[in-house]
Design a protein around this ligand. Structure first.
Ligand code: NOJ
Length: 870
């Protein structure tokens, strides 16, 4: 008889749905995420995926249902050597997949490099460097046996200046963020490693991102927060960089902890099925964030393809998928084509980046630095050599130094820089020196001691060394014959500081910082998100103290985003201010390059520096505002974040988006606009094929007896397997309600396998190809009018002209090196997407009739040239 009985996972989904509907009935003002089913299956003809699809098809066609399920389900937290591990297929010689953080280098490993953060890379405004950074991170990952790198990030985008993880991503501007995202992805994947675009989508703050975590810091909430985002804002802002990622061929996307419009990201059919797979044509796989899966069958039909780390929550020993997914297919709850599609997506991403079934083993363990240790850490089983200390750093130190130097933003310079053999260099502040507990002294960098080279959380990496500013400056001072003294005490040492910085001819450099990170670590009452935008460790007082005495005070800031410095930035004794971002392991060397003029600074701030926290107009949700239910965070500012908000409200910032000085000067002239002959935009039409299935598994109706643990398997404690625990549905699921009809609770259309219409704004990975038609080519001449060679970063902004459009939005940039007295031509293509708004009615991109203008300048406020787009 046909099994049409639901699993415990499906029941869970039912309960969740039921409780959601109860809540919605009670609170019909809560924002709502509309359903989108069925889950789109892969397209064998998708641009860039044909070969990968063919290889995946050959491979997946050989798999049994158990093997397919094993690909989709992690083995459990700390059950193998990587941060996430998906099941292996020993019969075909395939070891388990290794997923490892993260966005700026390999997490919890050794002999790896620590790169500048994503935001720091964005500050270079240099596509080539962004790519090379991604490639180097990819090469290192490859060398360790990592299959899937858990980065880069563009969610958070940076809506909230205090958001804890903004530094992992690039910029609150979606265009700049999209460039950083895509270049990094291409770099990582060219190295043969699958990149993961995360976190999909709208995960803009750490507070309340996970109900359990929030309970830990005192909030009695049962559900994680909901980011309530309207359709236009979703498309024009938060989805934008992900669209670039999909177009760049990203292999994996990680769904987030948070809910979107009151549906958990990892079971939200609208964002996974509808936006990502249907509209954007994403062909790779969606992986859950760690414990972000909250249902079984419901997540499968909503578009999730892989659950990480595999257990329901860390070390429960049971999974929403694993055996439950096997059972759900056998009893017909989840259609077989959906599991086949999961396996296809995972394997297509695998083959797309050039990975092969037979591959070198993983040569490190995340859970110990000892050479010998357990392969299955949580079970303490299979003790052998797990760390091989493979040095994957190559010469990446040079690249890291170059990126951080080129990212460094000169915010103020009254002639103090570049330094020329200062007679006495007085370096003040904890942020110049080492962490007394060692460069890797705090787990996942959950402290702020010594110089700040990166933030905290899963987006961190163990430093192979850390060149502190103090080390590098002292070395340079010795070469120059300068006198050099440094004091790292931010709180005491007042007399010593006074004595030092008051001396005749002293050049003082005050080092200050502001840190942030991921919500599972609380540092000094900053729950991941910053509790304010001021400097840490008494930084303001330190700056004021030194600058009150020393007429040549230079301030160097290492920070995760903007800090409030308006109070003293105009003090004439402060002769220079430098933002050195989060530079990674070569911190001091990169800084010395800029301070001494080996590198002429051309970093540009990738966010706005406001005078006050309130000036940003958006607020971190710091209190649960929905009783025990999901805190509600409504993004009512729409697309107006960062400079878009400051511009539209006419608020003068401390330093505007895109701002940064040079040791030379540039002049802009001769703007030219050429209209191309791009054809009309054609909405995608037609249908997909019917849902394909692969392999010879029995699928629905299979005999449960065939899916039991084989006699030769000795299960590892807490390890997640795909096998069933019994020969009846009741036994296998442990579900007392086993027997309900899935049609009663799986959403309408969820199991449909018929051909589906294409999305009008879709058609190919990244969406409708017509969106990338070039509509205008704009150029301008830039002359270096100073007497030093330098890079200039011309920026192109467009005014879309509508009543609900920001005054201008970034739509192009370049970083161009120009010799003194010479000129260069800046050229930028403006695409259809660049000129379009998302039309919520037609569900497509539309160019409005409003007058459109183009601006070229050296920052978002220093506009030099403008023209109409006719
Ligand atoms: C949770 C974080 O949100 C995610 O970014 C990371 O990749 C996973 N943990 C794994 O460490």
């Amino acid at each position: 008889m046909k099994h049409i009985l639901p699993t415990i996972t499906a029941l869970w989904a039912l309960l969740l749905q039921h409780s959601n509907s109860l809540q919605i009935q009670r609170r019909d003002d809560l924002s709502y995420s509309e359903p989108s089913y069925p889950s789109p299956w892969m397209d064998p003809e998708a641009d860039g995926w044909q070969d990968a699809y063919a290889k995946a098809k050959d491979f997946v066609s050989q798999l049994t249902l158990l093997e397919k399920v094993n690909l989709t389900t992690g083995v459990g937290w700390m059950s193998e050597r990587c941060v996430g591990n998906a099941g292996s297929i020993p019969r075909l010689g395939m070891r388990g997949l290794c997923m490892q953080d993260g966005p700026l280098g390999i997490r919890i490993s050794d002999y790896n490099s620590v790169f500048p953060s994503g935001m720091t890379a964005a500050a270079t405004w240099d596509r080539g460097l962004m790519y090379r950074r991604g490639k180097a991170i990819g090469d290192e990952s490859k060398g360790k046996g990592i299959n899937v790198l858990l980065g880069p990030a563009a969610g958070p985008l940076g809506r909230l200046p205090a958001g804890g993880r903004n530094w992992e991503g690039f910029s609150p501007d979606p265009w700049l963020s999209g460039v950083g995202f895509a270049e990094t992805i291409m770099g990582v994947q060219d190295a043969g490693v699958i990149a993961t675009a995360k976190h999909w989508v709208g995960n803009e703050q750490e507070h309340f991102r996970q109900a359990g975590e929030a309970q830990g810091y005192g909030y009695d909430i049962d559900e994680s927060m909901s980011s309530n985002i309207d359709d236009k804002t979703m498309h024009e802002l938060y989805m934008w960089p992900f669209q670039d990622a999909v177009r760049a061929g990203v292999g994996a996307v990680m769904c987030a902890y948070t809910q979107v419009n009151n549906s958990y990201s990892c079971q939200n059919s609208k964002i996974m099925n509808g936006l990502l797979k249907h509209e954007l044509g994403f062909q790779g796989f969606v992986m859950s964030d760690w414990q972000a899966q909250h249902a079984g069958a419901a997540t499968a039909v909503a578009g999730l393809d892989m659950t990480m780390p595999g257990d329901t929550s860390f070390n429960t020993g049971v999974s929403y998928w694993g055996a439950n997914l096997t059972l759900a297919v056998l009893n017909g709850t989840v259609p077989e084509y959906r599991v086949d599609d999961m396996a296809m997506r995972i394997m297509a991403a695998f083959f797309k980046v050039g990975q092969e079934v037979e591959q070198p083993d993983i040569n490190f363990s995340s859970w110990t630095r000892d050479t010998i240790g357990p392969v299955h850490a949580v079970a303490e089983k299979d003790i052998k050599q797990v760390n091989f200390q493979v040095d994957v750093r190559d010469n990446h130190g040079d690249l890291i130094r170059e990126i951080a130097a080129r990212a460094t933003v000169l915010l103020k310079n009254e002639g103090a820089l570049p330094l020329k053999k200062p007679k006495l260099l007085a370096v003040i502040g904890e942020d110049a020196g080492p962490n007394p507990d060692g460069p890797n002294g705090c787990s996942d960098r959950g402290c702020n001691q010594g110089t700040l080279a990166l933030g905290w959380g899963s987006g961190t990496s163990n430093l192979p060394y850390l060149v502190t500013p103090d080390m590098a400056l002292q070395q340079r001072a010795l070469q120059d014959g300068s006198r050099y003294e440094s004091i790292f005490d931010n709180w005491g040492a007042a007399d010593q500081i006074q004595t030092l910085v008051s001396q005749e001819d002293a050049t003082s450099i005050v080092f200050v910082n502001a840190d942030a990170g991921e919500g599972f670590i609380n540092v000094d009452d900053n729950m991941g998100d910053r509790k304010n935008l001021t400097l840490w460790n008494n930084g303001d007082i330190l700056i004021k103290k030194v600058s009150a005495i020393c007429p040549n005070t230079i301030v160097v800031i290492h920070s995760v985003g903007p800090v409030l410095i308006d109070d003293y930035k105009n003090n004439p004794n402060i002769t220079a201010i430098v933002w050195a971002a989060l530079p990674g392991q070569e911190s001091g060397n990169s800084l010395v390059d800029v301070l001494y003029g080996r590198v002429n600074p051309a970093g540009r701030t990738p966010f706005t520096w406001g005078k006050t926290r309130e000036d940003y107009g958006v607020h971190l949700l710091e209190e649960a505002n929905n009783g025990n239910g999901a805190p509600q965070d409504t993004f009512s500012e729409g697309v107006y974040i960062d400079y878009r908000h400051f511009d539209s409200k006419n608020i003068t910032p401390t330093y505007e988006f895109g701002y940064g000085l040079s040791y030379t000067t540039f002049e802009y002239s001769n703007i030219k606009v050429r209209k191309t002959h791009a054809g009309a935009y054609v909405a995608a039409e037609g249908e997909t094929m019917e849902a394909p299935t692969f392999g010879d598994s029995e699928g629905e109706g299979g005999d449960l007896a065939d899916y039991q643990y084989a006699d030769n398997i000795d299960p590892v404690t807490l390890f997640i397997y795909p096998y069933l625990n019994g020969t009846t549905g009741e036994e296998a699921s442990g579900d007392p309600y086993y027997g309900m009809n899935p049609e009663d609770f799986l959403p309408e259309g969820a199991t449909d396998s018929s051909a589906q219409p294409l999305h009008p704004a879709g058609g190919q990975p990244g969406g409708n190809p017509g969106l990338w038609d070039v509509m205008y080519v704009v150029s301008a001449t830039i002359k270096n009018t100073g007497d030093l060679v330098g890079d200039e970063v011309p920026q192109l902004y467009v005014s879309l002209g509508g009543t609900d459009d920001p005054p201008k939005v970034l739509r192009g940039f370049d970083r161009i090196r120009i010799d003194p007295g010479h000129s260069a031509v800046f050229r930028a293509d403006i695409t259809r997407r660049d000129l379009s708004n998302w039309d919520v009615v037609s569900q497509n991109w539309v160019i409005s009739d409003c007058t459109k203008k183009v601006y070229i300048g050296s920052s978002s406020r220093n506009i030099q040239l403008e023209a109409k787009l006719k």
